[in-house]
Every structure is written in C-alpha cells, then in structure tokens.
Design a protein around this ligand. Structure first.
Ligand code: SF4
Ligand code: SF4
Length: 182
C-alpha cells in the first residue's frame, strides 16, 4: 500500500514538473507560431466554416479531457480576470462583505476602466491551485480561454494573446489549423 502511494506521489510530481516545463516554454512557442496563427485567423475571419461553433465545441472538449486546470492555474497566476459589477456583488455577498469593501481590498481600475485584480497571482488561488471562490468566480474565469464560445472568429485577437498564457488554448489553435483547411 505504502509503495502504491509513493508511486502515485511520483506520478503527480512528474505531471507537475511536466506542466511547469510546458508553461516555461509556452511564451516562446506561441511567439514562434504568431505569424502562422495571424495568417490562419485572418482567413478564418473572412471565411469561417459554417460549422465553426460545432468544431470549437469538439476541440475544446477534447483538449480539456487531456488538460487539467488544477495542474496549471497559469491564467490565475499571470493575468487574472476582469470583474463586472455583477461579479463584484455576487462574490462580495459570498464573502459576507460590502461590494465597496471587496473592491478596496482586491481590485483596481485598469487603463480600459475595468475592475481587475490588484495583483497576481490571484488572492483567491490556493497553493493547491484550487480557487477559494470557485462557485461564484468571475464570469471571465468561467469562460477562459473562450475556445468554446460561439462565433470564435470574433475573438481571434484575444486568442493570439491567450495561446501564450494557456497551454490548452495553444493546443486547441494547433488542432484548429490541422482540422480546418483554409
Ligand atoms: S484555462 Fe488554461 S491557463 Fe487557465 S488553468 Fe486551464 S489550462 Fe491553465
Ligand atoms: S477568481 Fe479563482 S478562477 Fe478566477 S483568477 Fe482568481 S483563483 Fe483563478
């Protein structure tokens, strides 16, 4: 039994170090693909396939069967979401705080006039990569990396940035290029 637990710990350690390595290399790999991705997205915007929504659902689901966000949490560590007023009211209520107190404690206003985290990693991210406000987390966190959203061709500029942050988004874009011949 003890040896089985030890093997599980080693496997977990291997998975974590594999992900760490992947995250370290991701910005460079994304940069290397940038020109190719820009060309592909320009064509996609002009002539999106009729079944693009369906394709994106399939690619997104297949990727997140392989990628476990709890091994990664890179979005929570490096960027963080924007918070809508609805997010703020909902989260503050769950923390039994007044919205203004929540804003003063955790948020700042960015150059686009949006509420964002004062600092990253996000204050709600635990050492185990769990989100302590998961059930009420901001809509932007729920939807990140947006690869299953409808009319995906409308968010290609955002996706160009996200492939450098999110290994799942990177893989999905690579799969898109293989699957959709432009
Ligand atoms: S959404 Fe992407 S960046 Fe965020 S934890 Fe999951 S795989 Fe990592
Ligand atoms: S609120 Fe939760 S999901 Fe969103 S960035 Fe913070 S830890 Fe991550």
């Amino acid at each position: 039994m003890e040896s089985k637990k030890k093997t599980q710990r080693i496997n977990l350690w291997n998975l974590q170090s594999l992900m760490e390595e992947q995250l370290k290399n991701l910005p460079l790999r994304a940069k290397e693909k940038q020109t190719e991705n820009k060309r592909f997205f320009a064509k996609l915007k002009k002539r999106p396939p009729r079944n693009l929504d369906y394709i994106m659902q399939e690619l997104h689901q297949a990727e997140f069967k392989k990628t476990n966000c709890l091994d990664c949490a890179n979005c929570c560590k490096t960027t963080g979401p924007l918070f809508t007023n609805t997010d703020i009211v909902r989260i503050a209520k769950s923390l039994k705080q007044k919205p203004q107190k929540f804003i003063d404690t955790y948020l700042r206003i960015d150059e686009d006039n949006d509420f964002v985290l004062k600092q990253v990693p996000c204050a709600f991210l635990g050492e185990d990569n769990y989100c302590s406000i998961y059930a009420v987390r901001p809509k932007a966190c729920q939807e990140f990396p947006h690869t299953d959203r409808k009319k995906f061709q409308q968010i290609t500029n955002l996706t160009l940035k996200n492939v450098a942050i999110c290994p799942a988004a990177y893989n999905i874009v690579e799969d898109m290029k293989r699957r959709i011949k432009m």
